[in-house]
Design a protein around this ligand. Structure first.
Ligand code: VGL
Ligand code: ZN
Length: 208
């Protein structure tokens, strides 16, 4: 069996100056770059929305970003337009060592479904194929870093655990949106409660 590093949504729109900027989000890039060579497999997810995606506040007349609405029967936070397919904002962070990535999963492509997790859409209606890819590669241990800790990283880690992967969150390799103060702290707690191991990247270098 083998291990894999999963880089969640390390994309320009989630970095400072981006459309849905995460404070200090660029701090995860050097951590990811340092970690990549230590893993058998490196997989990256990309939030990859069509221009009319239903999670965008602009698609809901009279509504504003960060309000809660409905999308296809599910509660949906309305986000600023972000990570539109093929735009610079959807691209990987310029400083990310993309040559170290061996597989990319794109999510959020259906205008009627949002997909925080890199494994499933928010309604668990469709799989992205990430589980199948990891299993085919013989991966049993998954290490996760990226953006945003309290949104896409959280739901990715919870799904990874439910899919049976031994899952480790690299705490210094994530940053959160913190729409409400404390969201990131609560997300870390929820991941730990669900069975994720939380470590710092420096601990990883001591043990491998
Ligand atoms: C994300 C909000 C909307 C994320 C993606 O990558 O954390 N957050 N779409
Ligand atoms: Zn999105």
């Amino acid at each position: 069996m083998s291990d894999a590093l999963l880089l969640v949504d390390i994309q320009n729109d989630f970095l400072p100056g981006g459309a849905l900027a995460v404070a200090d989000g660029d701090a995860v890039v050097p951590v990811a770059n340092r970690l990549m060579p230590a893993f058998d497999h490196v997989v990256a997810s990309q939030d990859w929305h069509p221009p009319n995606h239903g999670s965008f506040a602009g698609q809901h007349p009279g509504r504003r970003a960060f309000e809660v609405s409905q999308l296809d029967g599910l509660e949906q936070i309305l986000w600023p337009t972000h990570c539109v397919q093929g735009t610079p904002g959807a691209g990987f962070a310029a400083a990310l060592d993309v040559a170290g990535i061996d597989h990319v999963v794109r999510k959020g492509t259906d205008p009627r479904l949002d997909s925080y997790s890199a494994f499933f859409d928010n309604g668990h209606r469709q799989a992205t194929g990430l589980s199948d890819h990891l299993r085919a590669a013989g991966v049993d241990a998954l290490f996760v870093c990226g953006l945003a800790a309290d949104v896409c990283v959280k739901f990715t880690v919870l799904d990874a655990l439910a899919e049976g992967f031994a899952t480790t969150l690299i705490v210094d390799g994530v940053r959160g949106v913190d729409m409400a103060p404390g969201d990131t702290r609560s997300a870390l707690e929820a991941m730990a409660r669900a069975g994720a191991r939380l470590i710092d990247s420096s601990q990883l270098f001591q043990q491998i």
